[in-house]
Design a protein around this ligand. Structure first.
Ligand SMILES: Cc1ncc(C[n+]2csc(CCOP(=O)(O)OP(=O)(O)O)c2C)c(N)n1
Ligand code: SF4
Ligand SMILES: [Mg+2]
Length: 322
């Protein structure tokens, strides 16, 4: 294990240790039960007030910045999809210069975070994200993944899972929903050999907070990919957001891992998996699935679990419970 990975700390071990500071103000316009609010609130708890957030457009942006109001109690920049990471690179470079010239205290740590949805990250903003990673900017990118372009009416993105209904991948006699598999974005990011990449889930807030904190602590770019159940686009009752998020991990559909300076680990082991059917059946976007399609998804998850267990070198995700 590298010395940097060894130095890794678990900052938050218990719920009372979660910072009480609230930098994401109430009164935003996210849909009832939207788990994006949970993610952003915890992100700002981990980051604290000395943070500049650069936002690609999407649900979080339009719901939190209805002029003349704002939900952000920190400096916040609106950007287009294409240039959020480019702008964050510029912010980081400017802060470096201001510190060098003595305008800013060189010892004052300032976090720079990009927040983008799946459409803004897998698809439209990918080129500027890749450039930011390759240039090595000290910026944390947080992807909140609701698996479609939700803000503009539930269109498919590169993050939409196979067979999911969206308005551009309808399910009926001709189409079975989305035809393609979800793009492995976190692994594509990891291929840039940046110091820290992780996947997280709001149903495991301590794990998620620790990953935000670690991503901010490392020197250089970091990327945290967070699953974000969306009641409106996934078609479920708003009260079930966190239950569905937890089921994603309990079924193996979503694995919480981290790659810290080349050291790979699964941070939320699952002893016995629940069948994927339990996750799928709670969501209207999968209600058209046939038994054969559910079996196909189960096989895909089984293969992925086997691959992850091999990477870790032990069984961190167990078999499906009988
Ligand atoms: C280049 C460009 N194309 C389209 C739009 C319109 N648009 C605004 S938000 C949005 C959806 C964003 O989807 P995603 O990034 O997944 O975020 P979500 O809305 O799901 O939170 C789109 C297509 C835009 N602002 N810029
Ligand atoms: S459409 Fe989905 S992601 Fe967007 S605000 Fe509503 S619940 Fe949240
Ligand atoms: Mg989205």
């Amino acid at each position: 294990m590298s010395s940097q990975a060894k130095a890794k700390k678990r900052y938050f071990k218990t719920i009372p240790q979660i910072p009480r500071i609230e930098l994401f103000a109430p009164g935003h316009g996210l849909c009832a039960g939207c788990t994006a609010g949970t993610i952003v609130r915890h992100l700002l708890k981990a980051a604290g007030p000395n943070t500049i957030l650069v936002e690609a457009t999407g649900c979080v942006e339009v719901s939190t910045t209805l002029y003349p109001y704002t939900s952000w109690r920190i400096p916040w920049l609106h950007l287009a999809f294409e240039n959020a990471s480019a702008a964050a690179s510029g912010v980081e470079a400017a802060i470096k210069v201001l510190k060098r010239k003595g305008v800013l205290d060189p010892n004052k740590p300032i976090n720079i975070v990009v927040l983008g949805g799946d459409g803004g990250t897998y698809d439209i903003g990918f080129q500027s994200l890749s450039g930011m990673l390759e240039r090595g900017h000290n910026v944390m990118y947080v992807l909140y993944d609701n698996e479609a372009y939700m803000n503009t009416g539930i269109q498919r993105s590169g993050g939409t899972p196979k067979y999911a209904w969206t308005t551009t991948t309808p399910a009926g006699k001709v189409w079975p929903g989305n035809l393609r598999n979800k793009k492995p974005i976190a692994e594509i990011v990891a291929a840039h050999r940046i110091p820290y990449v992780a996947t997280a889930n709001p149903a495991y807030p301590l794990d998620m907070l620790n990953k935000f904190k670690r991503g901010l602590e490392v020197e250089g770019p970091s990327f945290v990919h967070v699953l974000q159940p969306c009641p409106t686009g996934w078609r479920f009752d708003p009260r079930y957001g966190i239950k569905i998020a937890r089921l994603a991990t309990e079924t193996g559909m979503w694995i919480n891992w981290e790659l810290d300076h080349g050291e790979f680990d699964v941070t939320v082991p699952v002893k016995r998996r629940k069948p994927v059917r339990e996750y799928l059946k709670m969501q209207g976007r999968f209600k058209h699935l046939t038994d054969e399609q559910i079996r196909e998804i189960q096989r895909m998850v089984d293969e992925e679990v086997e691959r992850i267990n091999k990477m870790v070198g032990r069984e961190v995700i167990g078999p499906v419970e009988a």
